[in-house]
Design a protein around this ligand. Structure first.
Ligand SMILES: [Zn+2]
Length: 81
């Protein structure tokens, strides 16, 4: 894919089920954490969608509150040949 001012960027995806979890820090909706009932844990209380746009930006979006949790944007450096 082409981002203005850059030569190209390659985004690779691996959807294999056997890829182990490598997550060290989870994204959470702050409003959901504020409203979490006693006895709940963030892992089961969260209602998050994770997706990607046409240029590879990744967004975590809270379904419960209909708000952005985090947007991870691509940052490509211009390359010279
Ligand atoms: Zn939320």
């Amino acid at each position: 894919m082409k981002i203005p001012g850059t030569t190209s960027i390659e985004v690779n995806y691996n959807a294999d089920y056997d890829v182990p979890e490598i997550i060290e820090t989870y994204f959470q909706c702050g409003q959901c954490l504020d409203e979490m009932p006693p006895g709940e844990v963030p892992r089961t209380w969260a209602r998050l969608n994770v997706g990607i746009d046409v240029i590879g930006n990744i967004q975590v979006f809270c379904v419960r509150h209909n708000i952005n949790v985090v947007l991870l944007t691509l940052q490509a450096a211009e390359t010279r040949h």
